[in-house]
Write a protein that binds this ligand. Structure first.
Ligand SMILES: Cc1cc2nc3c(=O)[nH]c(=O)nc-3n(C[C@H](O)[C@H](O)[C@H](O)COP(=O)(O)O)c2cc1C
Length: 191
């Protein structure tokens, strides 16, 4: 079983990448193969609404999104992660979300499991999480759960609280990994 993590933070080694790693490490402990697509190292241009994907089901823009089309199409589950920027996901992750319009034409993300992870200094986590949840539903993905981390500087989430009662962000990230893998196994009919 393959679990893909997409990090929307432009900051390498930041809080989003830290929490996403924790989620994916839990998936590995449960026997899964994991892949990451960190937008701190990738360049994905915005959708230009050319309509090319209506004709062919493929996006005409040749950039790192082509790698993500391949990775996401074969993954059993995808964890979407983003810091909160002005109350929502980053522009980098929004570019990725818009470019999945090509995959919507082919329904290639349908019935995959999703997890949603957001990091914020203080406010906006719920809005950002809601946007990603809605995006997953449009694609027909099945959302297994989410996690929230609070922090500003890189590493803050290592000791910070999570969004749930009496939970640290790292605990929530691990629980998210567990929930994603368990649901993916059930959808596959595995015991
Ligand atoms: C452009 C920008 C906008 C931000 N907007 C918000 C915001 O609306 N609410 C908030 O609480 N924190 C906001 N932050 C803080 C980040 O969410 C926070 O620093 C987070 O830990 C960054 O994650 P990263 O380390 O993975 O990059 C913003 C940070 C930046 C750079």
């Amino acid at each position: 079983m393959e679990i893909l993590g997409v990090s929307g933070s432009p900051r390498k080694g930041g809080n989003t990448e830290t929490l996403l790693r924790e989620t994916l490490q839990m998936a590995e402990r449960m026997g899964c193969t994991t892949r990451t697509f960190p937008l701190s190292e990738k360049a994905v241009a915005p959708c230009k609404a050319c309509g090319g994907c209506f004709q062919s089901g493929a996006c005409v823009i040749q950039d790192d999104m082509q790698e993500l089309y391949a990775l996401s199409s074969r993954a059993d589950a995808i964890v979407w992660a983003s810091p909160v920027y002005f109350g929502d996901v980053t522009a980098q992750l929004k570019c990725v979300m818009d470019r999945t319009f090509a995959q919507l034409q082919r329904r290639s993300l349908k019935n995959k499991v999703a997890g949603v992870l957001v990091v914020t200094r203080r406010v906006g986590a719920v809005q950002a999480k809601s946007l990603v949840n809605s995006f997953c539903i449009v694609h027909g993905m099945v959302v297994a759960g989410g996690a929230i981390g609070y922090g500003r500087d890189p590493g803050d989430v290592l000791t910070g609280v999570g969004g749930g009662m009496n939970m640290t962000a790292m605990e929530e990230a691990r629980l998210l990994g567990e929930a994603v893998v368990n649901l993916a196994k059930r959808l596959r009919g595995a015991p």
